[in-house]
Design a protein around this ligand. Sequence first.
Ligand code: PMP
Length: 672
Amino acid sequence: CAQAPARLAGVEEFLASRGVEVAWRETLHPDPAPNEPITPVVCRLCLRLARAVTAVLRDGAVPLVLGGDHSIAMGTWRGVTEAAGAPIGLLWIDAHLDAHTHQTSHSGRLHGMPLAALLGQGGEGLCAERAVLQPQHVCVVGARSFEPEEAALLAALGVRVYSMREIEQRSLKAVLEEALARVRGGTAGYGVSIDLDAVDPADAPGVTTPVPHGLRGEALSAVLGELAGGAPPLAVEIAEFDPHRDIGGVTARLVLQLAASLLAAAKTVKGPSALELERRCGAANYDPLPVVLVRGSGIHVWDEAGRRYLDFMSAYSALSLGHAHPRILAALTAQAGRLALTSRAFYNDRLGGFLAKLCGAIGMDRALPMNTGMEAVETALKAARKWAYQVKRVPRGRAEIIACEGNFHGRSIAITAMSTEAQYRRGFGPFPGGFRLVPFGDAQALERAITKRTAAFLAEPIQGERGIVVPPPGYLARCAEICREHDVLFIADEVQTGLGRTGRMLACDHEGVKPDGLVLGKALGGGMLPVSAFLAREDVMAVFRPGDHGSTFGGNPLAAAVGIATLEVLDEERLPERAARLGARLMAGLQAIDSPLVREVRGKGLLVGVDIDPARASARRVVDALLARGVLSRDTHGSVVRLAPPLVIGEEDIDFAVEALRAALAVVQSGG
Ligand code: PMP
């Protein structure tokens, strides 16, 4: 690094003449203390470089890093990965493999190690102490001088190395095309790191370790420019320039030419957006509305352009307290800094208090903490089966659980076994047995389906995902009665309806029903963490023995602290009562909308579905029109618009949303 030029003469003028708008940001020099060994000095330099590179990318520009020693790559690509926030690919153009570790290096020189360090190998004490790059996204091009240990390491990791011999056989263009496809596939973008000794000494004499029979400078510059035209790099690094050996300034000119070829392509292209990255690097198991949210506070969220929206989705009812509730935020941050996770291998000082408060607030004997709703439902299923064998004496392996048609309890394989939704099941079988289904809302059908082997009846008090389907009055009370008569557990899944959403603490409270088992989730995490629980009667929970069931994160002190704060806020801000009052206002407002598109408005409290006549319009079109009016909602099952704002919402915002829906329906009706 000490041999790096203070500044490559004429770089700005040359790039400007090629149409690249360029600004010199910073020249970084090593800052060794007297007699300090080289490794920590280089490491510090690389960290500064990484920060500078990240800042350039965040400014929307493309970093061009001109270096001395190739060890600077540890800084450059760390900075690019940090800014991309996702895996990146790298074209490493070099005569060497730079894949030594401290253990295998013959010379101990750091410039022989950066690629290994970036791949997370032997970088102890270097700034890339963990893997920055993934081997399948890295290609080395032009290699012709290396030790067997380096080649063995890269081969073992699965890095593709294109030797000079392969390039001569297949052509530089064919090789670079293939390499580019590899480094781009499944990444947030790619970078190019050129060690000038990849180039033949005739075209680039000004390098630290010239190696004969290399790439031709002109050809490399031309092919890179052509390929980058279709796929511009995120960043470019050119290293190992030694001005003292650069007879006639040939190498300096090549540096400028390479930089211009690569950057002329990159300059017009901004980095991929968050939406593009999610689509490119994620799985397509969701189909989000095309809005990228960046901030939330109370009942509002903001998108990238600073547009404000009313959140009428509340993350499927998980945001009952709204976004960033100050009490939850304070509890979360205080506990996170004190003790976040212990596992259940030990006691922690928050879980007991949380469980006691939860059982007290709900009126249940015991609670078993989990994280997601699905896990708490699984817990309920396991409890019911074991209870059936141990307490009810159902023959081993024969217990049955009755669920409702149109249910939604999550997406594990066992839960999917209960689903009547073809898409949820298609392609995921085989499923475990032991489940029976009855029509939702029909208590007599439940009674007919019960046998001596029935362990439990599991139901949502209101079917949320199905489209806010409310059963006939008295249904829950009758089901609970039938279950009691037949010694069957009545388990309510109140993951969505619980904790005040429908205007009472539990939706079961509307009918004075006390379930034997209860599943809570979503809102229990205060809109910040996954916190769920299975609550039950003493004799049901008593079936669990140490080792029967568990979860590493379930019941962690951070979740417990957030859960306690959530229950306090629900109580102090009287959110169930508020949901009842504002829910009535929302329902009245919606029912007053006179639109031929609306077949029915149904729900309880602040869980409301507007059923759109599919013969006239899709719910998705209404949702899109609402989005354009600053209200976020989602369609469910193609025909229902779900309206479920945070329970902390006020009258004016309810009225605003009602008016927005009225306007959205009018626009959709008129074909707009
Ligand atoms: N049960 C019900 C009633 C739900 O609505 C949901 C989620 N929509 C779940 C369980 C599953 O919860 P999670 O997504 O947290 O696993």
